[in-house]
Design a protein around this ligand. Structure first.
Ligand code: NAD
Ligand code: UDP
Length: 312
C-alpha cells in the first residue's frame, strides 16, 4: 500500500524535526521543506539516509510544487529574538507561507494543519485562554510582526476552508520546550538552562512575576498528530499546551535546583508587550482528541538539561 505523503514545512526546526521523527516512525513518507533560517541540518541529520525522508531547501514565501496527502505548516521563526530580527520577513513567511500551503492543499486535495500560536491572544485579558477569546494584540509593537502574521494566517486558513473547501486544521501552540531547542534563540527555557550549566547569571526580564505554561515537545507532537487526524469537518482553532502555569521566577528556581547551579539571578528590563500571563484551556483537546499532556515540567526539564549538557 502507498505510504501517506506528508509535507512538513519548518521540518528542520525544533518542533518540526520531532514531528518528522514521529511521522517516519508511524510509517509515513515525509517531505521536509525548510530554508534553514532558524532550523538546522543537525536536527534532521539522523534522518537523511532514510529513503522515506526527503529534505528540500526552500523558502515558503515562494510556491511549493509537490504531490502530497497531508501538510503540516510550521515554517516561521518562533522566538522573539529571531522573529524580531527581520520583522517584515517574519510577516511574509507567516502570510505568504500560509497562502502557499493552502494553494498546495487546494491543488492536491491534501489536508493542511497550521501551527498557530497562543500569541494570537496577545497580552490576554481573559485568563486562562479559551479558543473563543479574540485576544488583546498590539498591531504596532515589536511582537506584532509575529502575532499579527499568525492571526492573518489563521484568517487565510478559514477563508480557504469556506471559499474553496480546503480541509484545514488550526492548532494554537503554547510555549513548548525540549531537546533540539536552539541554544541561541533567546527563549526562556534554553536561556536559563544554558546559563545555569555554564555558571552565568540567570537573566529574568521584569520582576519574574509573569507566567507561562510549558509543554514538553513529545506531548505537543502527540497533540499535533491527533489534531491532523481529527474528525472530518473539525477545523479548530484548538489550543494544545500544558495548563500547568509557572512564574518565570519559579522556572528559574526549578532550573537551578535541577542543575545544582550556583548561578545568581539578575533582573533585566521587561521587553515591550511581554504578556503578563498565559495558560491554555484544553477542554476542547480533551473532548475532541482525548488528549492531555503527560510530562511534568521537572521531568521534561531533566531531559532538556541532559540534551544541553550533551551539546555544550
Ligand atoms: P524553529 O525556529 O525551531 O522552527 C521553525 C522552522 O521554520 C525553522 O527550521 C526555520 O528554518 C523554518 N523557516 C523559517 N522561515 C522559513 C521560510 N521562510 N521558509 C522555509 N522555512 C522557514 O521554531 P519551533 O519552535 O520549532 O516552531 C515551529 C512552529 O511552531 C512555528 O510556526 C511557531 O510559530 C510555532 N509555535 C512554536 C511555539 C514554541 O513554543 N516553540 C509556540 C507557539 C507556536
Ligand atoms: N524571559 C526571561 N529571561 C530570558 C528569556 C525570557 O525572563 O532570558 C521571559 C520573557 O520576558 C517572557 C518569558 O520569559 O516573559 C517567556 O519568554 P520566551 O521568549 O521564551 O517566550 P514568549 O515570551 O514568546 O512566551
Amino acid at each position: 500500500m502507498r505510504k501517506t505523503r506528508v509535507v512538513v514545512t519548518g521540518g528542520a526546526g525544533f518542533i518540526g524535526s520531532h514531528l518528522c521523527d514521529r511521522l517516519l516512525q508511524d510509517g509515513n513518507d515525509v517531505i521536509c521543506v525548510d530554508n534553514l533560517f532558524t532550523g538546522s541540518k543537525d536536527n534532521i541529520r539522523h534522518l537523511l539516509s532514510n529513503p522515506y525522508f526527503e529534505f528540500i531547501r526552500h523558502d515558503v514565501t515562494q510556491p511549493i510544487f509537490v504531490e502530497c496527502d497531508q501538510i503540516y505548516n510550521l515554517a516561521c521563526p518562533a522566538s522573539p529574538k529571531w522573529y524580531q530580527k527581520d520583522p517584515i520577513y517574519t510577516f511574509k513567511t507567516s502570510v505568504y507561507g500560509a497562502m502557499n500551503c493552502l494553494g498546495l492543499a487546494k491543488r492536491t486535495g491534501a489536508r493542511v494543519l497550521h501551527a498557530s500560536t497562543s500569541e494570537v491572544y496577545g497580552d490576554p485579558l481573559v485568563h486562562p485562554q479559551p479558543e473563543t477569546y479574540w485576544g488583546n494584540v498590539n498591531t504596532a509593537g515589536i511582537r506584532s510582526c509575529y502575532d499579527e502574521g499568525k492571526r492573518a494566517a489563521e484568517t487565510l486558513f478559514f477563508d480557504y476552508n469556506r471559499k474553496h473547501n480546503v480541509d484545514i486544521k488550526v492548532m494554537r501552540i503554547f510555549n513548548t520546550y525540549g531537546p533540539r531547542m536552539d541554544i541561541g534563540d533567546g527563549r526562556v527555557v534554553s536561556n536559563f538552562i544554558v546559563q545555569a550549566l555554564q555558571g552565568h547569571d540567570i537573566t529574568i526580564y521584569g520582576n519574574g512575576g509573569q507566567t507561562r505554561s510549558f509543554c514538553y515537545v513529545d506531548d505537543l507532537v502527540e497533540g499535533m498528530i491527533r489534531v491532523m487526524n481529527s474528525r472530518e469537518g473539525f477545523t479548530g482553532p484548538i489550543n494544545i499546551g500544558n495548563p500547568g502555569e509557572f512564574t518565570i521566577k519559579e522556572l528559574a528556581e526549578i532550573v537551578m535546583e535541577l542543575t545544582g547551579s550556583e548561578s545568581k539571578i539578575v533582573y533585566e528590563p521587561l521587553p515591550a508587550d511581554d504578556p503578563a500571563q498565559r495558560r491554555p484551556l484544553i477542554d476542547m483537546a480533551s473532548r475532541e482528541l482525548g488528549w492531555e499532556p503527560k510530562v511534568e515540567l521537572k521531568e521534561g526539564l531533566k531531559n532538556t538539561i541532559q540534551y544541553f549538557e550533551s551539546i555544550l
